[in-house]
Ligand binder design. Structure first.
Ligand code: GLA
Length: 391
């Protein structure tokens, strides 16, 4: 579905639900992370780009409270300041919306009462941040509807707070930063410690290439618990090493850090050491990827993507057979590189391929899935889209 079709759905839903036209339409995208996985909450580096698929919010000011209609649910949800003040009262998609209202109010911003209607074509449960897209679209709409004093560079942290403190998922800053700050035709190089960003041109088509996304359609397994466990291991390792975050372990110091973790009286186990190795090497792979892209050497990022996948599979242990098979099949079909993207335990794989080879690569992955008896994957070619914006 095209963005304008989603926008039309949001607008129609608003008019149909509330009997008047919206004051405006705002949109925010899902994301694909080119490289830099599970580095964000370690104060490290990430390099996501925005999907063309977006959440669109049609909105207008109201007299009191917040009313939200979503194309995911049959009935609108209504809440007031009381519900907003009590995390846990609302659940499902409505909690993300209420969480944004809560985070804005908690930051001292006078959020206007509003009516909203949401429509989305961001795949849900595919690891492409449909929830960050929702938060970012709602946040952008409310900030602009209320003329709130919140510069763009402060918005991702508030959307992240909605997710961390209101919804209760211990995620990092990457997804909301990507949804809000990405630009079309670029990947967003984000330093998750300083929050400095640099737009890196990523026009693969101009180089005769394509990024193929394969949704593994694997069911998400134990995602929340496993994510939190990885995060705790990283924090424990940083503590043992006496650094604020794993970002502070330089690539050249990795071996010494791993030895130290194995020695101390608290003797960090092999698992923690592998977690550290993933984060430290992954940060370096992001920096190397950026260096290649800066120099216009797009094909050369392929081996870094593939190494990132091996690191997620063997050291961070966040892949599942479906994504491993998709990566293997894409590489065997001639991809320059391929990796799982996103938090893990299912989700999507991205492969960098010659533009003309995208259909054959998708077919190769499909055949490999059939041979394994996996449900069919979904594949599409993607170009980096714009970040959150008023339409
Ligand atoms: C999820 C989280 C992000 C990030 C990725 C892994 O998408 O929301 O903050 O940690 O996983 O890179």
């Amino acid at each position: 579905m095209t963005v304008s079709a989603v926008a039309a759905r949001a607008e129609e839903s608003f008019t149909h639900t509330y009997g008047t036209a919206p004051a405006g339409l705002w949109a925010a995208p899902g994301r694909v992370n080119l490289i830099g996985e599970h580095t964000d909450y370690n104060d490290g580096f990430v390099l996501p780009f925005a999907l063309p698929q977006r959440v669109v919010v049609a909105a207008a000011r109201a007299d009191s409270g917040w009313q939200v209609r979503s194309d995911l649910a049959p009935e609108p949800v209504t809440f007031g300041a009381d519900e907003v003040a009590r995390p846990g009262v609302l659940d499902g998609w409505a909690a993300y919306v209420a969480g944004v209202v809560w985070a804005l109010r908690d930051a001292g911003l006078p959020v206007p009462p509003a009516r909203l209607a949401l429509a989305s074509d961001v795949p849900v449960g595919a690891g492409v941040s449909s929830s960050a897209a929702l938060e970012s679209a709602v946040l952008t709409a409310l900030v602009e509807l209320g003329d709130l004093d919140l510069p763009v560079d402060r918005r991702p942290a508030l959307a992240q707070r909605a997710e961390n403190a209101y919804v209760g998922a211990p995620t990092g800053i990457m997804d909301q930063a990507a949804s809000i700050r990405c630009q079309a035709g670029h990947a967003l190089f984000l330093d998750c410690r300083t929050r400095a960003v640099r737009q890196i041109p990523f026009d693969v088509a101009a180089h005769g290439l394509a990024v193929l996304i394969v949704d593994s359609n694997a069911p998400h397994r134990h995602v929340d618990g496993e994510y939190g466990a990885r995060r705790k291991s990283c924090e424990a390792a940083a503590h043992l090493l006496g650094v604020p975050a794993l970002r502070d372990v330089a690539t050249g110091d990795l071996d010494a850090a791993l030895r130290r973790l194995g020695e101390g009286p608290e003797g960090a186990d092999e698992v923690i050491r592998r977690r550290v190795r993933h984060v430290v090497t992954e940060n370096q792979r992001v920096l190397d990827t950026v260096a290649h892209l800066d120099a216009g050497r797009i094909r050369e990022i392929g081996p870094l993507l593939t190494a990132s996948h091996a690191s997620m599979r063997d050291d961070f242990e966040i892949t599942v057979p479906e994504v491993d098979v998709a990566v293997q099949a894409a590489l065997a079909a001639g991809a320059y590189g391929a990796r799982m993207t996103g938090g893990g335990f299912g989700g999507c794989v991205l492969a960098l391929v010659d533009a003309g080879q995208a259909p054959a690569t998708a077919a190769a992955v499909e055949a490999a899935y059939a041979a394994q008896g996996f449900p069919a994957p979904t594949a599409w070619v993607v170009n980096p889209g714009p970040g959150a914006t008023r339409l």
